[in-house]
Design a protein around this ligand. Sequence first.
Ligand code: AMP
Length: 262
Amino acid sequence: MVIMGAREHSGNASGDHRLSSGFGGYPALTRPVIGGSVHRLEFTDESSEMRIVLLGAPGSGKGTQAKILMVEKNIPQISTGDMLREAAASGTRLGLKAKSLMDAGNLVPDEVVLGVISERLARPDAQNGFILDGFPRTTQQALDLEELLDQMDTPLDAAVLMDVDFDILMKRLTGRRTCSLTGKLLNIHFSSQEELDECADAGGELIQREDDNEETISNRLEVYRENTEPLVDFYRERRKLLTVDAEGPIDEVYERMTAALA
Ligand code: AMP
């Protein structure tokens, strides 16, 4: 079974709801080989402007690929999930409200996320491009983003759909762990025993995200299907959709993604 669009894919609110950028702590990743070119988008050089959305179901690898792309292209990964988790951890009113929705696998209201995103996109480091990871997630968010970028006269270059089979999504989500010490993303189903031991040997623990339990995962996938999958057609109609086979090793997926963006 394939979730359509699963083969696909953060800010600062106002007042006391300050959120941090979501940049910190990304895991050390092997530098991928950058593959040849395929079609359409043209970027002048490795650090050229690139405004993209990564679309895809939870577990499709949006965050992982966005972090590599951020390093390679020198443009920020903006993950609404990361920013909302940071707000939740810092215990702000906004954060605590978001946390209960996130823990259940439900979406945070559009207007909250839009506030977070518009503030984030206005920061200097996002002026030469960005990788949106986990935003937009609803048609309303996509329309709001379109309007925001139109106002800034910086339209989106592409929406990249990370395409992954449903069974693999489940294994990726249920097995996903982060090393508490290094921040490295691991998976108990896919990482080698050596990699898993490395974290424990260094004195770290393998932490599971609170919303990565089976019940919440099923709800998140359902929420994706209902609210976010329609964005595949939304971006297809606007001729912005690029689809990437996001199964297999991280480096290979990265290579396919950059080839699609070339
Ligand atoms: P993620 O890390 O992208 O999987 O997001 C984790 C959780 O944060 C989601 O399950 C939602 O509860 C919330 N969230 C993240 N991004 C959005 C968004 N664009 N719209 C609404 N809720 C979001």
